[in-house]
Design a protein around this ligand. Structure first.
Ligand code: SF4
Length: 386
């Protein structure tokens, strides 16, 4: 903060005991007692006390330098409870007491009435997706940060293919192959793949990447291995639709998304969701406290049922990169868990309450960039394509 400056909004973070004020850094070898004694005898020497007073005054002036001020102090840091800094007790402007969450009634999935005033969200304005619902189920604060506040990682220029661009490249290529097979079942897989890949890399402007000419061979080989594998289009499967946008009513919520592929078989329809990872994607928190509640495939099944006007119950996650085991998981919806998740989402939207609540093992935190914001874990991981 520059003294004398004005601002529309000032946000002060980390006003906790042990964090603020930060320990003083004196550039001499005098200990605290010697400093205090010299200060008392009239020497203009900074001491621990003057440092604390200076920090408190700075906070006070900061609060007067803006029309709006937000002061935040986390209640939990790295999993340990923290108290508000003692210094705030004497401050002219003190942060409000934390709002305690209402205890949800476990006997009903209906949302409890708002106890937090007016919520900043309206369900009708939200564009929900399967990924959003999974994120919310992993930690509601993560959803709030990413979709409510629209906070995003800065995109760094990269010389290699970013995970999300790789996902789009693979999906566009496979879409080209699937649509080609739908129209011409006898078409050459190699030709379709080569043509689809060239179109997708042009669309993503990948020639700008240094050494792309060498990188592309590896990606092309991954996809060639995939389309030649028996799991890609198993015997008896006929492509019905590929990369099909949908809007579906899911436990009263309007969810939009894209079906990677829907096949027709003699036993009914089968949903395929492509994954660039080599493991089943992490779900939302289930009743066991782990990320075990699959959200995406059940939503795709609902969308497929809506599209075909039949009950679609079969679906799978198909790895685009793991040769040894292509099918990562089959659909097995936990309807009670999903209904509870949808109800919990509605409750959060209506109350505006999004607590920091990851799964018991904090696996969600490993793939979340909001650790420095939620202060639950400072070791927040990288976002990656799931
Ligand atoms: S780091 Fe963990 S606790 Fe914090 S927002 Fe992300 S998932 Fe939630």
């Amino acid at each position: 903060m520059v003294c004398g400056a004005r601002a529309d909004l000032i946000v002060t973070l980390g006003l906790n005991e042990g964090i603020w004020p930060a320990p003083p850094r004196f550039h001499s070898h005098l200990d605290a007692h010697a400093r205090a004694a010299l200060h008392r005898s009239g020497l203009d020497l900074p001491t621990v006390q003057t440092h604390v007073h200076h920090e408190r005054d700075l906070y006070w002036w900061t609060q007067h330098a803006a029309s709006y001020c937000i002061s935040l102090y986390p209640q939990v840091v790295n999993g340990s409870p923290r108290v508000v800094s003692d210094l705030l007790v004497d401050a002219a402007i003190r942060p409000a007491s934390p709002i305690e969450a209402p205890t949800p009634d476990p006997t009903t999935s209906a949302p409890s009435p708002s106890e937090f005033g007016e919520s900043p969200f309206d369900l009708l304005d939200l564009q929900l997706s399967p990924t959003q619902m999974t994120r919310f189920g992993q930690c509601s604060f993560r959803w709030f940060a990413q979709y409510g506040l629209n906070l995003k990682d800065l995109e760094e220029p990269s010389s290699t293919l970013a995970p999300h661009v790789r996902g789009r490249l693979y999906h566009h290529t496979l879409d080209f192959v699937a649509k080609g097979l739908k129209d011409h079942p006898e078409a050459s897989l190699d030709s379709l793949l080569t043509e689809g890949f060239a179109a997708a890399e042009t669309h993503e402007n990948l020639m700008r990447l240094p050494n792309w000419i060498w990188q592309r061979a590896e990606h092309l080989q991954h996809l060639l291995d995939l389309v030649q594998a028996p799991e890609f289009l198993p015997e008896g499967h006929v492509v019905h639709v590929s990369e099909q946008d949908f809007t579906v009513d899911w436990f009263g919520l309007t969810v939009k998304g894209t079906l990677d592929r829907l096949d027709q078989t003699a036993d009914g329809f089968v949903v395929t969701d492509y994954k660039t990872g080599s493991d089943k994607p992490k779900g939302a928190c289930g009743s066991d406290g782990q990320l075990s509640l699959d959200v995406q495939l059940p939503i795709y099944l609902s969308a497929a049922s809506h599209l075909t006007t039949t009950q679609v119950t079969r679906g799978r996650y198909l790895s685009m990169t793991k040769r040894e085991r292509r099918t990562l998981a089959d659909a097995n919806p936990d309807l009670a868990g999903l209904e509870a998740l949808a109800a919990s989402f509605v409750r959060s939207i209506e109350t505006g309450h999004f607590p920091v609540a990851p799964d018991e093992r904090q696996e969600a935190c490993q793939y979340c960039s909001y650790g420095p914001l939620c202060r639950y874990s400072f070791d927040g991981g990288e976002e990656h394509d799931e």
